[in-house]
Design a protein around this ligand. Sequence first.
Ligand code: ZN
Length: 297
Amino acid sequence: MKTHIRSRRTLAPFALLTACVLAATGCAGSASSGGRALLPAVGSSAAGTTAGAAAGANAANQQSAAASASADAAALAHSLAGKTIVIDPGHDGGNAAHASEIAKPVPMGFGQTKACDNTGTNGDDGYPEHAFNFSVSLLVQQLLEARGAKVILTRTNDTGVGPCVNIRAAIGNNAHADAAISIHGDGFAASGHGFQIIRATKSAGGTANDAASYTLSEALQGTFLSESGLTPSTYIGSDGYEKRSDLAGLNLSTVPKVLVECGNMRNAGDIALMESAAGRARIAKAIADGLIAYLTK
Ligand code: ZN
């Protein structure tokens, strides 16, 4: 019940019941109290009674809204219960110092090989992609765990070497993840900007898995568009979507998986967002909400 009258701290109990009856809606328990509803409010003028009644009804509504919000929060806290999500922060902080180790060939699916990993890119000021990837991944982990999901990271610090890209895929496969995502930043000519949601042309999981990965990419494209502050890539793919056949982490996946290039770290606008804590929080929220949308559809 809406009212323009400001709430009063001291309420006449019968006035509240009167309001419930008159309003006929919005007051829990009014039906069982109807017998007392017509009694006058003690010590109240007619105007005071109306004001008190309105305030009482508001208080009741607020209590009801609070209870509803609390129930909603409890439901949200379990909305991903039973779901396993693998988050793969691209590259690693120790890769640059272990060039030969990360250059060794590993399987990339369909009989081909490629390097274990690489160092990733960086912003013009030296801000490293591996640090961005890891920071965003931890934020996404927090958001998903708050919904009750089991989250597995393919690396748990930003100072190690690897794991190799085939192992990153295996971590998702062995966990039988409901969804997996690799988080990266791109390094392209400064004029290009925007995000790419990349899926495999074909994966080890077969066509059903490829279809699921596409559905996952649609969910993420939507939340990136609405939440991240970044545009779809202006330099590759189409409307933020891209398919590739040269990414081992996607090719070898038997679970729904995509790789996001969140933005171009060589573009002034993108890197400003990516290098700020607020920007990373925004990107992480877009990623988490995309995963939630996919997993709760
Ligand atoms: Zn990368």
